[in-house]
Structures are given as C-alpha cells and as structure tokens.
Ligand binder design. Structure first.
Ligand code: NAD
Length: 424
C-alpha cells in the first residue's frame, strides 16, 4: 500500500499541472507504485525572509524559496527567479521539471529551483545587490558545488550570479566559482552560456523544421518574451535565415510582417528597459502574438500561456518551448487532436541552458577552460542525442513528444532512486 501523505504546501495550478504530467507519464511506463510518490514530490525546501534597506532608509522584507526536488543523481541544479508572482508551488513545479530535464539529457544532476517574490524593475542597483547577497547568505548551508548549483532564470542575470558567487566564496573562505553557473566570463563563466538556452531552442527548431520539410530560410517566427532566452532564440533563428515577425515583453509586443530589426529592438531595450512604444512595427498584445500566423511560435516568458482556449486558434506550424511550462495540460490535449502543429517540449527544447551550465561547472571544477567552438559543438551533440532518444521513444510507444521526453526523464530518476534504495 503506497499513498503519499502530502500537505498543501506546494498546492497551486502550476504544481498540479506538473503533478498531472508526472502521473500520466508514470502510468504510461507502468512505474511501480512504491516508486511514484518519492520520485514525484520535492525532497526538501527552504523558505527565507530577506530584509533589504531601501533608498529612503526604510526596510522591506522579501520572501524567497529554494526547492530541491531530486538529489539522488548528483547535485541539484536549477535557476533562481526574481518575479512578483513567484509562489512556492511554482518554484516546486519548476524544480520538478528540472529533474526530468537533467535526467533526459543525461547530466549528473538532480533538479531544483529558487525564487524571490519581487519585481526587480522596482529596485535600485544597490537594493538588488543587497537582496541577491542576502538570498545567498541564507542559502549558504543549503547549496554548494556538490549539493545544489543555482543559475539565472526570469529576472536574474550574470551580474546577480556574480554577487551570489562572491557572497558564498566570502563565507567559505576561498573562490568557489562552481557554486553557481551563468556567471560573467571574468569569474569563471563559460563561453557561450549567455546565449546557450536560446541557441539550443533555435538549433532544435531548425532540426524539427527540416524533419517537417519546412526550410528555415522561409520560416517566420513569433517570440513571446524578449529576455535572455527569447532574444537569443530570435537572433539565432534570424541568423539561420528565418524572419522574426513578432517579439514581446511584459509590457506588450510588436509585429512587423517584413521582419523586426532585432539589433534595434535590443538597443531600445538597453536604453528604455522595456519594449513599450518601440516603433519597429505595429503594437500587439501578448495574447495576440500567440495567435499570429507564423511558422515557429516560441513562448519564452512564463508558464501556462497556451491554454485549451487559445490552442484552438494557434496558426503556427511548430511550437518551440523556450519557457518552462508554457502549455497547459488542456492545451496539450487540443494540440494532440490537431495534427497540423508540432511541439518541442520544454524539458528538451530549453535544455541548452542547463547543458552549458554543466559545462561551466565542469570547467570551474577542473580550472580548465574551453573555447566557444568547443562549447557549441558539445552542446549540439548533446541536443542531438537527447532529441534522437525522444524520437525513438515517441515512435516505439506512439507517445506525444512531450510524453516521450517526460517518460525518459522520469524513468531515469526512478531507476536511480530504486538502485539507491530507501535509507535506512
Ligand atoms: P528573462 O527575465 O531574461 O526574460 C523574461 C522575458 O519575459 C522578459 O522579456 C519579460 O519582460 C517577459 N515577461 C515577463 N512576464 C511576462 C508576461 N506576463 N507576459 C509576457 N512576457 C513576460 O528570463 P529568461 O531567463 O529569458 O527566462 C524565460 C523563460 O525561459 C522562463 O520560463 C525560464 O524558466 C526559461 N528558461 C530560462 C533559462 C535560462 O538559461 N535563462 C533556461 C531554461 C529555461
């Protein structure tokens, strides 16, 4: 008899979505009951209060989390999100997806995620630094190069990783570059890490377009979320010959059927911090962007934006999930019934980020640094291996591509847990 005694700690739409995905995959591979709950639920979490002195002298206390979902296969790995809508349940769902992702691509890692409830755009540089350092200070005994290795996610970047690495290093008394990835090159960051996630999304999108006999040079692309992942996806697909016709950020988007000048958009973002009023095309909302006629739709912002409602109205040929969890389970069902749209699931599609984070960690541990060409070559080889394995699984069991990717990831984690046994 195996039944989890689970509290409502993580309960939220997005955590339930990740749990249902797990249940479906576990059923599909007949995962033994005795392995299910311990593979599914997070191993542990830490919630922290983070007081920060504000520019006017007052003190604001922010709430932060770190969820370590799986530590059975190596240190856990996953980004830290700074966003006003972060919840513990969201962080737990993202940690779960990290476990399946690192397992699917064959990395010696488990899965984790962190988050702080804060709109980083409302903080000064100095407040952001204090918050980042305070978060790492609270995490010092919970993370580490052999325990849990954070990285950037929404609202965080290499500058924040540098502050966190510095805080941890000061605490342990020596340079500990391998405690976080996604650092600046000067602190042991890897060549190619900044663009890795988007470069991987674009590489896989081109690969699937080829399978679909759609030349990338004739493809049009709409990207929701022109941040780290979205902008690098857009640039890489444009460099492959595609035309990027729409981009957006949290303030809305812009549509130009002739192609958006991405360098201009990036320069505008650097000076204005948002795309609002960028004059490179007509304004569109984030909802309209998803429904534009295009070859590739790349959701690269937040979760649950493709729903059972708008999935019926999508007019793309390929969805490349740069974001984690952009497609609800209801939308998946609609898309499976439509046979005119292919989908590259998040755990495969955006895995380029964690793959190059793994390369960065290896370089830090060995103090031997690779060239950009070496990084990209190894990245492409790992993406090819993972996507080929997903195709084999899909054909063998007649699964959707998401189910194929999830079953591969989940099976390996469950196998590791079974081999290690229960302690004591
Ligand atoms: P980012 O902060 O660099 O960019 C996020 C973008 O999304 C910004 O343009 C922001 O304005 C936009 N955005 C925020 N809220 C939005 C909303 N409600 N509607 C539309 N756009 C909105 O973050 P990122 O690192 O590019 O991460 C984006 C996604 O990719 C997330 O789902 C993240 O988990 C996933 N991801 C990131 C990495 C990585 O290496 N950074 C790796 C794998 C997956």
């Amino acid at each position: 008899m195996s039944k989890a005694i689970v509290s409502s700690l993580y309960d939220s739409d997005v955590f339930r979505m990740a749990c249902r995905q797990f249940d479906k995959a576990a059923d599909a591979i007949n995962l033994p009951e005795s392995l299910r709950d311990r593979t599914k639920y997070p191993r542990r979490c830490l919630a922290v209060s983070l007081p920060v002195r504000r520019r006017d002298g007052s003190v604001t206390v922010f709430e932060g989390y770190r969820v370590q979902h799986n530590l059975s296969t190596g240190p856990s790995k996953g980004g830290i999100r700074f966003h006003q809508d972060v919840t513990l349940g969201e962080v737990a769902a993202l940690a779960m997806w990290m476990s399946w992702k690192t397992s699917l691509v064959g990395l010696p890692y488990g899965g984790a995620k962190g988050g702080v409830i804060v709109d980083p755009n409302q903080l000064t540089e100095s407040e952001l630094e204090h918050l980042s350092r305070r978060y790492m200070q609270e995490m010092v005994n919970f993370v580490g190069p052999q325990v849990d290795v954070p990285a950037p996610d929404v609202g965080t970047n290499e500058r924040i990783m540098a502050w966190m690495m510095d805080t941890y290093s000061n605490h342990v008394g020596h340079v500990a570059s391998a405690v976080v990835t996604g650092k600046p090159i000067a602190l042991g960051g890897s060549e190619g890490r900044r663009e890795a996630t988007g470069a991987g999304v674009a590489y896989l999108a081109r690969k699937y377009l080829e399978k679909m006999k759609l030349p990338v040079s004739k493809a049009t692309v709409a990207v929701q979320g022109f941040g780290n992942v979205g902008s690098e996806t857009a640039l890489a697909l444009r460099n492959y010959g595609a035309k990027v016709i729409a981009i957006s950020d949290y303030t809305g988007g812009v549509y130009n059927p002739k192609g958006i000048n991405l360098e201009k958009a990036l320069a505008y973002l650097r000076s204005q911090r948002v795309l609002l009023d960028f004059d490179g095309g007509e304004p569109v909302t984030n909802e309209q962007l998803l429904e534009l006629k295009c070859t590739v739709l790349a959701p690269c912002a937040l979760e649950r934006v493709i729903t059972d409602q708008n999935a019926k109205r999508l007019r793309c040929r390929l969805i490349a999930e740069g974001a984690n969890g952009p497609t609800t389970n209801g939308a998946d069902r609609v898309l499976e019934q439509r046979d005119d749209i292919e989908l590259i699931p998040d755990v495969l599609c955006n895995s380029g980020g964690v793959i190059v984070s793994y390369f960065e960690w290896l370089q830090n541990l060995s103090n031997y640094y690779w060239t950009r060409d070496e990084v990209l070559k190894k990245l492409h080889a790992m993406l090819d291996r993972a996507s080929d394995a997903v195709e084999v699984q899909q054909r063998k069991f007649k699964f959707s591509r998401r189910l194929a990717a999830l079953t591969l990831g989940i099976q390996r984690v469950a196998d590791a847990k079974q081999s290690r046994g229960l302690f004591p």
